[in-house]
Design a protein around this ligand. Sequence first.
Ligand code: PLP
Length: 369
Amino acid sequence: MPKAQETILEIDLKALKQNFEHLKSRISNGTHFMAVVKAFAYGSDACEIANYLQKLDVYYFAVAFVHEGVALRKAGITKPILVLHPQAANFNLLIENCLEPNLYNAKILNEFISIASAEQQTNYPIHIKFNTGLNRLGFSENDVNSIGEKLKETTAVKVKSIFSHLAASEDLSEREFTLNQIQKFKTIAENITNTLGYKPMLHICNTSGILNYPEAHFDMVRSGIGLYGFGNSKKENKNFTPIGTLKTIISQIHTINKGESIGYNRAFKTERLLKSATLPIGHADGIGRQYGKGKGYVIINNQKAYILGNVCMDMIMVNVTDIDCKEGDEVIVFGPNTTAEKLAETASTISYELITGISQRVKRNFIGN
Ligand SMILES: *Cc1c(COP(=O)(O)O)cnc(C)c1O
């Protein structure tokens, strides 16, 4: 692997493939796989990732917003793409790009049907989401009849799938709550199938749902974080490899005397002679200010170097007093060994936030293809 000469996010496609294969080994042959590539494939690069996964046994892709789906189409993705949170303002664009909307309440269902009808569509694939306890997006179980009536009036759309989302699939202390969500979903699915007179696909599991609730895989599963290398528990993390390594270099080393300060607002004051290293990565790259003041760290020559004082926009200063290092040396912010999950914990957040927050100015390099 080439040594970093600037801040880069290295993406290992071999690890992506291994994670995919592990997830596939946890579902039955009859269950389809939907790869969730929203938010730039969790910060890696949705077009590259989707193009790679498209050659594997992926049945569907999912993104959050219409423009993310349009970018995938432009990059040559031909498989079906579910848009998890479309807005009516983009419905024409959605149809133009053969993207499939999640419709989650009466307002958006009506809006979509009228646009699809105006565009003379027939059997345009739609996906209906039900709220079973997350209380975020979705029809209520009481809406089944009114949805059925609405759909009987039109041939513009056809329900490709019925789905829901688990609130606490990674949290085994909420097992009872999750089983209740699954049961509710089964009841809804049965009712809507009877109402429609045909059987749409069913899906409810995200990555932790796949791993913890094998009885709830239904026709398809939706995985994001697992593909990118996180199993959301100590036990499951062993089966995955984080695909991203965020690397940078040491731009400058300072020796700082007792009584001096480091960085903006003099947030760190030295109590002894100290050696600091300045790195070209800051909050504009996705290392938020909450990692500052000694909470977060990077790895230099296999040792932890903690962040000194405030995180700047384009730089951080780290403590290398006891680390053998020099200007130009490589720095690992996170990777397969010191993971984004561990670094995220230092700032009381989760891997999802840290990896999706690595900004677009950080160059992505792909290896392992
Ligand atoms: C983001 C998302 C997923 C993927 O969740 P992971 O925990 O990353 O596997 C699945 N379903 C929905 C509805 C989502 O919003």
